[in-house]
Design a protein around this ligand. Sequence first.
Ligand SMILES: [Zn+2]
Length: 310
Amino acid sequence: MNFARDLRMTAARSLLVGALLLAASCAGGAVVKPGVQPAYPSDPGALTVVGAENFYADVLHQIGGGKVKVYSFLSDPNADPHQYESNAADARAVADARLVIENGLGYDAFMDRLLKASPSSNRVVINVQSLAGAENGSNAHLWYDPTVMPRVAAAAAAALERLDPTHSDLYTTGLAAFNSRERAVDDEVAALKARYAGAPIAFTEPVAGYLAGAIGLSVKSPMEFMKAVEEGNDPPSAAVAEEENLLRNHEVKVLLYNSQTVTKLTAQVKDVATASHVPVVGVSETEPPGTTFQDWQLAQLKALEAALSS
Ligand SMILES: [Zn+2]
């Protein structure tokens, strides 16, 4: 089996879909290139901002409403963000942006290249890795840490107030609303921690690692297995056997299955869980379309709670 080939096939499909979209839009007269549309409606004259990942774009939207024109690059629920390659439209959005949020930790290394390609003295860049004080090599999925997003939101609101003082009241109100929605997530994490701290679980990929840590869950999956899946490599067969045995022997209460970083191998692991009657909870890298950051997190936490209580 060749998992690298699976990823290349996914990339080829994405290119094909892109070409079809472009052909369809040309046929209709207007040229609409995928990836360049703002993520939310905005007022005329709105400040151009970028959240490289769609959950950071959502934070910007929750705080700035119509006063910000938000672009986002990593948002396709059917694509693996770890394999993303930026395009010319992304470069243009970054060049126009007054405020940019990037994740760091190599998750969106393309952002550093885009920022360097269009230097600007009046653009504010929030690097979430720096904000969180995360060392290189740490788990890159920082937005799953319930203590990180409120700090991102506070930094974004402060930047918007500085860049656009006329609407500073609106940004202050937006931040308060963000934080109040965030409390529902914190409450759910606390409730799960009170009941399930120490419960053994398995991952296919460490996307929800910080969340599991906040709840106090004990992740039993071999590190080499999770790392290899994250990086699109084949894990050592001993690690695969260890992962599957966790499920076959019921050494874990639940499998947290990354629904975006999918390979033939992770699908196989999921099948082992199902056959062994270990509950499987889907977790995704990016925010699903049509929801909010907090509702997304809450839905996943509720599914986890249902699985842990079964
Ligand atoms: Zn990941």
